[in-house]
Structure formats: structure tokens, C-alpha cells
Design a protein around this ligand. Structure first.
Ligand code: NAP
Length: 676
């Protein structure tokens, strides 16, 4: 049988395997079926293509344009899921595993597309945090901004998630405006190659935005500059080797590492047999051990239970694991497929032997287990293996040996402090889960273990129906962890996009900062438009366009009327003496909501026009009380505009209310939806 040729995509060309190509075998049959890699790949041309063609094209687009591009890519991939599933069975993954890898990857891209539209501006500069007041009179301000790096992101991925592993990095990278060169692990690169082909063939991406290395990456890392990023996922050993590259060290190239970790799951002392939490714990642990045949960076490697529950958990878990049918992942009856390769199988068995030096195997025998399906005798199958370590304090290997397969060790704790100490022996994890219904237990465990974890997953009867699972990194939440887990961080919404941008502190005048951030800053010039701003369409309004209203005097009758009309007869508005006893008021004061209502009365233009709706109000502050006899006037300024659809966009207005002495009485941001 001829081997499938898994190509690279370099500098605009597909490059077939050549010298130095590696053979890839099916995880199910052990038969070679593909080949990938070519030592003649011109890595410098790839870097140049990304930096000189892909980067400028991406940077010309706004965040919103790039977000729309991501959505289109995700939709295109969705239309080709079946082809990806069909190919991915060869990696040993079951249909359920595909849902995590392929559907999960596409879903992650959709989330970044949506966050890009909602949380980032339709422009080229991302404002990070609020304005900083750097001067007494406000003529000199500070603002942190983020702009895309001018280099290329090299994504080196692990074999276990050929699609999710690529897309969870690619989505924030492209959204940031940075081109990527993706290098999947060779063992499963054929699935990544198909996903890349689908994206490139769609014509959605600008040239140079995405390239692929199937096989070895050559000396690419020796050509990196301060504008490049390496985002690595894989083993601690490889991470250590790559991050020591002198070019990476000399040029301070960003190096993000997501590596293996000895994640823990803790059973709370309250979660005894008979509680929903006990059953939930057994279910979660068993699922984490068997999904992707345990080849998950987030899988539970250490099961930490009260001493008294070690026996019951072993019994319940063993009963559940015994029901896990192992076999050809294409069979519907199969619950757990194969490891990715025979090499991986040998590695897992060797690591299990090391763990076995400190722990007793209480479930799963790698020399005696059933495998369903024909032609599987040379496949990379192993059974789930559960170990029990009776003395976790004096053990070491169970805390530092990652068997990257369905292998986990149970250990007992005396009290919660002991549980925390055992969990932290992992020396930095991607995730620790805690199954408890007791808030005090949760508080102690979070305070005791958070510094050692990138994520803490707490589950109980209240959240179990909707919870997403110990092992699922979500695009909204940070993925990564300290120490052993690599010290890196990915995703976490816009935080993940920032890893591909430079944060720069900008200092300057309000006029400068307004123009740079496309967001009006108090103190910047006010623009007088040709007509009332409410009569002007979304596209016609300029940032800084301002309406200054006439003033209105507040009377005691107004306050009385408003109080009785609304029912808000709070003493500060009704009783002069009581109000005066309050440290904030000179006597009876107008309701803040009355002032807001009068403000609207002063600034609205009543006729039907482009303002479609008032959709909210942000950051409302009342600064100075208003008493009967005072007058107020309003300044309404276009602060920011965000297009939502082709028909309308959101206008954020900066609104201030001032009194007869020009003192600020109230300040807020008003949101309206305006016709385009
Ligand atoms: P690996 O052997 O470390 O390989 C990871 C990646 O590095 C592969 O793409 C590999 O390519 C590449 N690589 C290896 N040597 C290289 C070199 N000298 N120069 C450039 N690239 C090189 O890890 P793996 O076996 O694929 O994955 C399993 C490990 O990944 C486990 O330890 C697991 O815990 C970890 N992991 C962590 C996460 C996370 O998010 N923290 C996620 C998934 C997996 P080749 O395949 O071509 O050698």
C-alpha cells in the first residue's frame, strides 16, 4: 500500500515529504499509512513570507475584520467535520474524543470571533485598562495600548489534539493580527494538515497568514527575532530543550510553554458515599482517565481522597472502569480507543512501572485485557490502570511521573491541610479539581492550592448538570499553569490575544490619546456638529461631537413631585433636618434619578430619527448634591462608536451634568443604538 503524503505549506507552496521524512503508523492497526517531513524545507523563506506578506496584510485589518475572518474560518471547518473525524480515527481517538478535539477546536475559534467583535474595537489599537491621570489639570494622561507584534508566531503542538491544539492558538494569534507557522506533532499531523488545507482552500485568509510544517522544523528557531513568539505545547523535556535555544534567549523571544502536569482531583471530606458529590467524583475521575485514552494534559493523574474513602473510591471507580470497552475507535461500542503509537504505548507502560515502584496497581492489567475489533492486535491499546499509593508523603515518583495514558494514582489524606500539601507536590499544575458541597472546604483548598494551579474546578450537586468537566480548557478561561505545567498561559479571552501583542504605555495630551485610541478623552477638543447629534446617523457622527444643552433649575416642587410619583420618599429628599444630619448632604437634595431624567429631557431630540434605542448606562457617579434652586446643564459627547451590524451601531456617549457654578454633579456613559 502506498503511503499518504502529508505535505507542508511553505511560502505559498505545498511541499511534499522528502529527505528525512518520517513514517506514521495507524494507532489502531500499527500499520504504516503516511509519511511526513522534508529536511529541504526553506525555513527562512517561510519566516520571510509570514513577516513580509502575512503580517502586513493582517495588520491592515481591524480587530473586527479579523474576528469576522475567524468566524468564516470556523464556519468553513464546521462544514468539513466528517472528513476530519474520518481521518482522526487513525490517531486512536473515538467519536467522543473527536468532539473534544475537532468540535472543541472549532468552538474555540467561534468564541474568539465573538469576543473579538464584542470586547475589542473596530480599529487597530487595543486599549488596555483605563486612562491614568498623570497631571493635576488633566492635560497630560497615560493609557496602555496593545498592538500586534511585527513577527510570526511559531506554534509547536503536541500530538493529542491535532485540531484543538492548533485552533486554540491560531484563533487568538490571527485575532491579534499576527501570522502563524503551525508545527503539529508528527504522529498526528495528517489531521492538522487536512484542517489547514480546508482553511487555506477557503481563500478566507490573506497570503502568508498561515503556514504549516509537517515533520521536523529544522533550524527555524535559530532565525527568530524579538518580534516573534514561540508557543509550545508538549513534554517538559522538549520545552526545556527549546527554551534554551541561544537565539531565543539572546533576542528575548517570547516563549510560552504548556507542558505536562500531574493534575489532582480532591474529594471533599463532606462528599461521603451516598452524597451526589461522591458519585460525581467517581464519574469525573473515570471520564478523565479514559477520554482520549488518558492522553490529555489536563487529565487527573492523582486522586486525593480522605483516608476513610480510599477503599470505597477504589471499589466504585474500578466498577466503572470495568465497564469501559476498549477497542477500535470506529466501533460504536468502544468507549476508549488506542494511544497514538506503539512508542507512546511503550512509554506509558514504562512510566506505569515507575509509578508501580511506589504504588500498588489495584485495577487494570496491561498484560491481560480485552480489545474489541479485528486487526487490532498490533494497535497501541492499554487498559485503564489505577494505582494506590499508601504513603504519599514519602513517595516522589507518583508526584512527578506523568504516564501520558489512562493511568492514575489514588492517595489518602488525613485532613484538608494534608490534602492541600499532597496536591501541591505536583509542583505546578494546569488544573486541580475539588468535589465538595462545603463552601468552607472550597475556600481552604482554593487559598491553599491556587498559587500552584492555572485553574481550579469546583463541582457539586448545584453545578454538576451544566459543568464542563475537569479536563476541558475553555476559551474564556486561562489555560496554563506554573512550574511543572510550563509557566505559560493561553486563552482566557482577550488575555490570550494579548500574548501576541506588545503592551506599550502611551503618555500624552487628551487630544493625542483621543485620536490614537479612537475614543474621546475628557479634555480633548469638543467638535460642534452641523445639527443635533441625535439627528445624525451612526456613520455621520464624529468622535468628540458634542452637544451643550441649556440649563434647568430644580425646584422643591420638582423633588416633591418626583418623590410621590415614583414612591422614592427616602428621607434625604423629604426631610431637611434628617438629610442635614447625614454627612453627605446640606439638607434636602434632589434624587439622582430625577437629575438623570431631567438630563435626558435636556438633551434628547424628540422626533423619530437615527437613534433607535437607549441600551444602557455605564459608570454612573453622583459627585455633588443638588438642592432646590440649583440649576443643571448637560454636555453630551460622542465617546466611541462600535458597528454592530450593517444596519446599526452602538454609540457610547460621555455625559456630564454641571451646576450653575460649573461644578460636576454627575457623570456617566450613555449607550444608544443608532441607525447606520
Ligand atoms: P513532545 O514529544 O514534547 O512534542 C511536542 C512537540 O514538540 C511536537 O510537535 C514535536 O514534534 C516537537 N518537537 C520535539 N522535539 C523538537 C525539537 N527539537 N525542535 C522542534 N520541535 C520539537 O510531546 P508530545 O509527545 O507530542 O505530547 C505529549 C506531551 O505533551 C505530554 O507530556 C503532555 O502532558 C503534553 N501536553 C501538554 C498540554 C498543555 O496544554 N499543557 C497539552 C497537550 C499535551 P515531533 O512530533 O515532530 O517530534
Amino acid at each position: 500500500m502506498s503511503l499518504q503524503q502529508i505535505s507542508s505549506f511553505a511560502a505559498g507552496q505545498w511541499v511534499a515529504p522528502g529527505n528525512g521524512a518520517r513514517t506514521i503508523a495507524s494507532a489502531i492497526t500499527g500499520e504504516p499509512f503516511a509519511t511526513a517531513g522534508n529536511s529541504a524545507l526553506d525555513v527562512q523563506a517561510m519566516l520571510d513570507f509570514a513577516r513580509n506578506t502575512g503580517g502586513p496584510a493582517l495588520r491592515q485589518m481591524t480587530f473586527h475584520q479579523r474576528a469576522k475572518m475567524l468566524k468564516a474560518l470556523a464556519q468553513t471547518l464546521s462544514g468539513h467535520k466528517q472528513a476530519l473525524y474520518d481521518l482522526s480515527f487513525n490517531t486512536g481517538a473515538t467519536q467522543n474524543d473527536h468532539l473534544i478535539d475537532i468540535d472543541g477546536g472549532i468552538g474555540t475559534m467561534f468564541v474568539f470571533a465573538s469576543k473579538g467583535r464584542r470586547e475589542m474595537p473596530d480599529s487597530h489599537v487595543y486599549l488596555d485598562g483605563d486612562l491614568e491621570q498623570l497631571s493635576r489639570n488633566g492635560t497630560f494622561l497615560g493609557q496602555h495600548i496593545c498592538t500586534p507584534l511585527h513577527g510570526v508566531a511559531i506554534h509547536i503542538n503536541a500530538f493529542n489534539f491535532p485540531v484543538w491544539g492548533m485552533l486554540e492558538k491560531l484563533a487568538p494569534t490571527l485575532l491579534a493580527g499576527v501570522p502563524a507557522i503551525v508545527k503539529p506533532a508528527t504522529n498526528s499531523c495528517y489531521v492538522t494538515e487536512l484542517a489547514v488545507r480546508i482553511m487555506l482552500d477557503s481563500g478566507i485568509l490573506p497570503a502568508g497568514a498561515l503556514q504549516l510544517v509537517s515533520g521536523g522544523i529544522g533550524d527555524m528557531l535559530d532565525h527568530l527575532t524579538c518580534q516573534d513568539v514561540v508557543s509550545f505545547t508538549g513534554s517538559a523535556d522538549t520545552a526545556l530543550k527549546l527554551r534554551q535555544n541561544p537565539v531565543i534567549l539572546n533576542n528575548s523571544v517570547r516563549f510560552v510553554a504548556e507542558q505536562d502536569s500531574l493534575n489532582a482531583s480532591i474529594l471533599g471530606p463532606d462528599a461521603v458515599p451516598g452524597t451526589p458529590e461522591f458519585d460525581l467524583f467517581v464519574k469525573e475521575v473515570s471520564r478523565e482517565m479514559t477520554t482520549k485514552a488518558g492522553q490529555k494534559c489536563t487529565a487527573i493523574r492523582r486522586i486525593i481522597t480522605p483516608d476513610t474513602q480510599v477503599g470505597p473510591v477504589i471499589e466504585a471507580l474500578s466498577a466503572r472502569l470495568a465497564k469501559t470497552t476498549i477497542g477500535d475507535p470506529r466501533l460504536e461500542t468502544t468507549r476508549m480507543g488506542a494511544l497514538v503509537s506503539s512508542g507512546q504505548k511503550a512509554d506509558v507502560l514504562a512510566k506505569a512501572d515507575i509509578i508501580g515502584q511506589e504504588a500498588e496497581r489495584v485495577f487494570g492489567d496491561p498484560t491481560a485485557f480485552d480489545v474489541e475489533g479485528t486487526d487490532t492486535k498490533n494497535g497501541a491499546f492499554v487498559p485503564p490502570m489505577l494505582f494506590h499509593c499508601a504513603d504519599p508523603d514519602n513517595a516522589q515518583r507518583v508526584h512527578d511521573t506523568e504516564a501520558f495514558g489512562p493511568v492514575s494514582t489514588i492517595m489518602g489524606y488525613r485532613d484538608l491541610d494534608h490534602a492541600i500539601a499532597i496536591a501541591n507536590r505536583g509542583q505546578g499544575s494546569l488544573v486541580t479539581s475539588l468535589i465538595t458541597h462545603d463552601t468552607e472546604v472550597a475556600q481552604n483548598v482554593v487559598i491553599g492550592t491556587a498559587a500552584y494551579n492555572g485553574r481550579i474546578y469546583i463541582n457539586d450537586r448545584d453545578s454538576m448538570k451544566e459543568s464542563t468537566g475537569h479536563g476541558s480548557p475553555l476559551p474564556h478561561m486561562v489555560h496554563g499553569g506554573p512550574g511543572r505545567a510550563g509557566g505559560g498561559e493561553e486563552m482566557g479571552g482577550v488575555r490570550g490575544v494579548q500574548h501576541y501583542m506588545q503592551r506599550t504605555a502611551i503618555q500624552g495630551s487628551p487630544r493625542m490619546l483621543s485620536s490614537l485610541g479612537k475614543k474621546w478623552v475628557p479634555g480633548a477638543p469638543e467638535i460642534q456638529g452641523p445639527a443635533h447629534p441625535f439627528t445624525r446617523k451612526f456613520g455621520e457622527l464624529s468622535i468628540g461631537e458634542t452637544l451643550n444643552t441649556a440649563s434647568r433649575t430644580i425646584t422643591l416642587d420638582d423633588i416633591e413631585h418626583f418623590a410621590h410619583f415614583t414612591g422614592d420618599t427616602f428621607y434625604a429628599h423629604m426631610n431637611d433636618d434628617a438629610a442635614a444630619r447625614n454627612p453627605f448632604f446640606p439638607g434636602r437634595v434632589a434624587h439622582g434619578y430625577l437629575l438623570l431624567s431631567f438630563a435626558a429631557g435636556l438633551f434628547v431630540e424628540p422626533n423619530e430619527g437615527p437613534v433607535l434605542a437607549n441600551t444602557g448606562l455605564d459608570g454612573l457617579r453622583f459627585m455633588k448634591p443638588v438642592v432646590a434652586g440649583d440649576s443643571i446643564k448637560v454636555r453630551l459627547t460622542v465617546k466611541q462608536k462600535t458597528q454592530r451590524t450593517d444596519e446599526y451601531g452602538e454609540v457610547r456617549w460621555h455625559v456630564t451634568l454641571t451646576n450653575q457654578d460649573d461644578e460636576m454633579v454627575a457623570e456617566y456613559e450613555l449607550l444608544t443604538m443608532n441607525a447606520y
